[in-house]
Design a binder for this molecule. Sequence first.
Ligand code: ADP
Length: 255
Amino acid sequence: MRNQEVVQLINGKGLRVDGRGLNELRPIKMEVGILDKADGSAYIEHGKNKILAAVYGPREAHPKHIALADRAVVRCRYHMAPFSVEERKSPAPSRRELELSKVIRESLEPAIMSEYFPRATIDIFIEVLQADAGTRCAGITAASLALADAGIPMRELVAGCAAGKIEGKVVLDLSDIEDKKGEADLPVAFMPKSNVISLLQMDGSLSEEEFRQALDMSTDACRKIYEMQREALRQKYHVAKEETEEKEEIGEVEA
Ligand code: ADP
């Protein structure tokens, strides 16, 4: 149920509570390979969200009965730290965290070439250190980088960003107050090269026209986030932009 208390979310100049325009992303920072012990890792700050992602694998499936003969089993755990929200959250997994773990896994699976690793597991951990709405999307962006950092072959990176509706207007990338007081939230994960939407959920209601506008806004934002992801990987592996572009041209790396 959405909170009915009245708060002005868009001012007379058309700006939002944090000063953003309607179609503007929050500031985003990403870093790849920040944990030594995991096979792959990444950290993202997306607005006030602070999220760590770590990946183990591919490694032999244990217990053996979970193994699949033709591909790796991908597992995902999304978890919010007790100190990630205003009131201490119980560290025990909630129904919401179980649901998010499932939808995040399903949004990443189309990108992972799990068929290369039969009888193996790939484990993805997402730890939300600070939450301010859009954590599933930012978690997907970070997990995708952690998978790449672990050297897991991927069809392409997956980027996540929500759009929604506040005070009758379609807006990009809702913050917590906008999520709570607004009319709709549409989290999206997108693979820009193959044009695949791998996550699409909706809370609240939108007309068909508003839905199309929100989807266009979020997929455009995912294209921008995808370029930031590529830059974060280049930074980690000290690869110059021109070098990847050259290799893409001659087909040595996937675009
Ligand atoms: P998402 O983070 O993907 O937008 P939700 O829409 O379920 O997922 O949550 C929106 C925001 O609500 C979260 O990012 C977080 O800021 C806040 N939130 C979620 N769960 C809790 C909780 N147990 N206590 C306080 N705030 C929460």
